[in-house]
Design a protein around this ligand. Structure first.
Ligand SMILES: NC(=O)c1ccc[n+]([C@@H]2O[C@H](COP(=O)([O-])OP(=O)(O)OC[C@H]3O[C@@H](n4cnc5c(N)ncnc54)[C@H](O)[C@@H]3O)[C@@H](O)[C@H]2O)c1
Length: 321
């Protein structure tokens, strides 16, 4: 079965591309940025098509030429990029999704798996679901998007479900917790705090985070995320249109710092008190209920924080990053 991955050279996309190859698929990667640094070890295991998700004709042609059956749509601008230029943010993150859906419809693609985010839930204020109670957030939780990025995730999900209802295209949206993994420093701005903690420590630099030591948040290693994406893509017929892909546990930054110290014993990390370590002006912090993904997709996170950090560091060395 031919699978195409938009954004398949990115932080998460590279892992998805790798996992598909490991499972015997030769995926097509659709990207507008030919940076192979995260897939340097994959050789000719995948085919790279250079194109933009807002080029409908190019998408249709690519889907048809490669007889694509399932699409994993990951291409997007990160929150700060989308917020700095809202028009372009919406063009890529929302309109771009509709172009992918429309191309899939025209080319007779069977399923689009959309990489959404916790950002679709948007603001989760302190109290029942936020600090200090962190009752797990399920997929039926109200969507309350705040930043441009969040609005685009909700709009994309809505359009995906519309295509499913009206045009018979299967649509699955995966809402990820905060992800950590190699490559996040390049484009991810404030949400790359975990990468900074590890990569600065590996480089012998001190890490000073002014606030947020009491905040808990659900975080997950990129390999586990990719596994969830691949499971939803290869599944015969997922029952739901939206799944949380998360660890299902709340971690403090100090827990992550401890995992870093196991790998870099002389890491010099200090975290200030209080809440909101991302300092984005929106309370995204939460813990997610992953019952649906576990029961329906067979999703089970494999990496503890320490194992994730260890794999992250060894991947950096292996890829020469
Ligand atoms: N990293 C996280 O913590 C996180 C959390 C939740 C959801 N997500 C979602 O996962 C997906 C992948 O995120 P990531 O962290 O790998 O980001 P990334 O920036 O590393 O990867 C996105 C890729 O999309 C490509 N791209 C961007 N615009 C494009 C366009 N117009 N046409 C073709 N390709 C284009 C980029 O070149 C990049 O390689 C995104 O949809 C993101 O919103 C990420």
């Amino acid at each position: 079965m031919k699978v195409l991955v938009t954004g398949g050279l990115g932080v998460n996309g590279a892992w998805v591309t790798r996992k598909l190859i490991e499972r015997g698929h030769a995926p097509v990667v659709f990207e507008n940025r030919p940076d192979l640094s995260l897939v340097g070890d994959l050789g000719d295991g995948f085919e790279l098509v250079r194109g933009d998700i807002n080029d409908l004709a190019c998408l249709v042609r690519t889907f048809q030429e490669h007889e694509v059956r399932r699409v994993i749509h990951m291409a997007a601008l990160m929150p700060s990029g989308a917020q700095d230029d809202p028009l372009n943010g919406f063009r890529v993150n929302a309109f771009g999704t509709v172009q992918v859906l429309e191309a899939a419809r025209i080319a007779g693609v069977e399923r689009v798996v959309f990489t959404s985010s916790r950002a679709a839930y948007g603001e989760i204020p302190p109290g029942e679901f936020g600090h200090p109670n962190y009752r797990p957030v399920g997929e039926d939780h109200p969507l309350n998007p705040s930043l441009v990025y969040d609005v685009c995730k909700v709009a994309s999900e809505g359009m995906g479900m519309n295509y499913q209802r009206n045009y018979g295209l299967q649509f699955v949206s995966l809402r990820f917790a905060t992800i950590f993994g190699p490559g996040k420093l390049a484009r991810h701005g404030k949400v790359s705090i975990h990468s900074r903690m590890l990569e600065d420590s590996m480089a012998g630099k001190p890490v000073r985070i002014t606030k947020g030591g009491e905040q808990h948040d659900d975080i997950i290693y990129v390999d586990d995320v990719a596994e969830g994406i691949v499971l939803a893509t290869l599944h015969e017929r997922p029952k739901y249109s939206a799944y949380n892909i998360a660890n299902g546990h709340g971690y403090a930054l100090e827990d992550f710092a401890d995992a870093v110290r196991k790998i870099v014993p002389d890491a010099d990390i200090e975290i200030g008190p209080g809440l909101d370590f991302f300092d984005m002006g929106v309370n995204y912090y939460a813990v997610f209920d992953t019952t649906r993904a576990r029961e329906d997709l067979g999703f089970e996170p494999r990496f503890s924080l320490e194992e994730g950090v260890r794999d992250y560091a060894s991947t950096m060395r292996r890829l020469g990053l």
